[in-house]
Design a protein. Structure first.
Length: 184
């Protein structure tokens, strides 16, 4: 299903902005999580965990959902389709998995943020420090870089569904040519 050029460009712009924004927000989150894990400054460590929760709820979650929705809209309005090419299917899976993991992880992040607000003694920092945000953000960053790379390189390969659709379209086009109609 083809869309009008203006609508298609708007959808593409929304998808690129939300996807790049999500990638950038994950990079910021990763930086904060590394500081939270390695810093010896108690107030800075606590501030990092509180900030990571805010970034998670107000930046990461909305951008991940926007990237997913705008990607779906984009797939329905372009020749690539949603299930015709392996790279689109892989990008969809990456986005869905990353979004679901993010949504599930927000509970753990809220716990760490609450803990950061409650702890005041410098000796409590060891209880607060967790490698989990670093690991989640690092893995998320790799997934999003992979998804972005798929969009740029668009590796060849059609799904079986895509091959069937392509063959059916070719048959329809061949049947509608003047030579095919004169044979019938």
């Amino acid at each position: 299903m083809a869309t009008r050029p203006r609508l298609r460009k708007f959808a593409l712009t929304a998808h690129v902005i939300s996807s790049v924004g999500w990638l950038g927000a994950v990079a910021v989150f990763l930086a904060l999580s590394v500081i939270g894990l390695t810093s010896t400054d108690g107030p800075a460590v606590r501030a990092c965990y509180v900030a990571m929760e805010a970034i998670g709820f107000f930046v990461l979650v909305p951008l991940s959902i926007a990237a997913l929705i705008s990607g779906l809209v984009q797939s329905f309005g372009t020749k690539w389709g949603l299930l015709r090419h392996y790279w689109v299917v892989m990008k969809l899976l990456i986005t869905v998995v990353a979004t679901v993991i993010l949504l599930l992880y927000m509970q753990s992040l809220s716990h760490l943020s609450d803990l950061a607000r409650e702890l005041t003694a410098p000796s409590d920092l060891d209880e607060l420090r967790s490698p989990s945000p670093v690991l989640h953000a690092g893995a998320g960053l790799l997934l999003l870089i992979g998804a972005a790379s798929l969009s740029v390189y668009k590796p060849p390969g059609m799904t079986r569904y895509g091959q069937r659709r392509q063959n059916a379209r070719r048959r329809d086009e061949a049947a509608s040519t003047p030579a095919a109609r004169s044979r019938a």
